[in-house]
Design a binder for this molecule. Structure first.
Ligand code: VGL
Ligand code: ZN
Length: 212
């Protein structure tokens, strides 16, 4: 058997709807692209994620009469932020940024595909029990450490980082390879939760040298 690689880079939701001008724009979201391209060359094992919702998705404010984006709504699985319509399956907004160059990425995990449940995490859906299969995949291929980059720090990156810890991986969030939505203090809370869970924080320059 080929020796397994213990480090996997998880690149979260680098999709047009999260870019400036997109449906759920993350400020300076496009700035992560060159950083991730540089990082990815240092990893032989890269997994990408895509937020991938049906048009009828529970997380869209437009699917709830009288509700507006960024309001909260109680669902059977917990509190749900109502978002603008974003990352609808197979639309241009759901596509990965064309400048993301990770030709050796092995797996693309699409999440949030169940109509009635959201999934910020690439590991477990928002009902907190339905697995995506990613933990099993990473374990199966011998990964021990999960390094995270992408969008958004305080939602899909943070939830994925916490679930990766819960699944028993060492977890490092590469801070400058992420950008946040920061809704009502969500970024501060996300870092508190990640620190408490033992998620490490690093800068890309400590992993890869910046070359011109
Ligand atoms: C995300 C909100 C809704 C994310 C996805 O990628 O962080 N945030 N869907
Ligand atoms: Zn989403």
């Amino acid at each position: 058997m080929i020796k397994p690689v213990e480090d996997a880079l998880l690149v979260v939701d680098v999709q047009y709807d999260f870019m400036p001008g997109g449906a759920l724009a993350v400020a300076a979201g496009d700035e992560v692209v060159p950083v991730i391209n540089r990082l990815a060359r240092a990893f032989s094992h890269v997994v990408l994620t895509q937020d991938w919702h049906p048009r009828s998705h529970v997380s869209f404010a437009a699917n709830h009469t009288g509700r507006k984006p960024f309001e909260m709504m109680t669902r059977p699985y917990g509190e749900q932020v109502l978002w603008p319509v974003h990352c609808v399956q197979d639309t241009p907004g759901a596509a990965l940024h064309r400048d993301l160059h990770v030709p050796h990425a092995r797996l693309v995990v699409r999440k949030g595909h169940h109509e009635h449940v959201d999934s910020y995490s690439a590991f477990v859906e928002a009902d907190r029990v339905t697995p995506t299969g990613l933990a099993g995949y990473l374990r199966d291929v011998g990964a021990k450490r999960v390094w995270l980059a992408g969008l958004a720090t305080d939602y899909c990156v943070a939830w994925s980082a916490l679930d990766a810890r819960a699944a028993g991986f060492d977890v490092i969030v590469i801070e400058d390879a992420c950008r946040a939505i920061d809704l009502n203090g969500s970024l501060e809370r996300a870092w508190q939760d990640m620190n408490a869970a033992g998620v490490c924080r690093m800068l890309s320059e400590d992993i890869v040298r910046k070359t011109t």
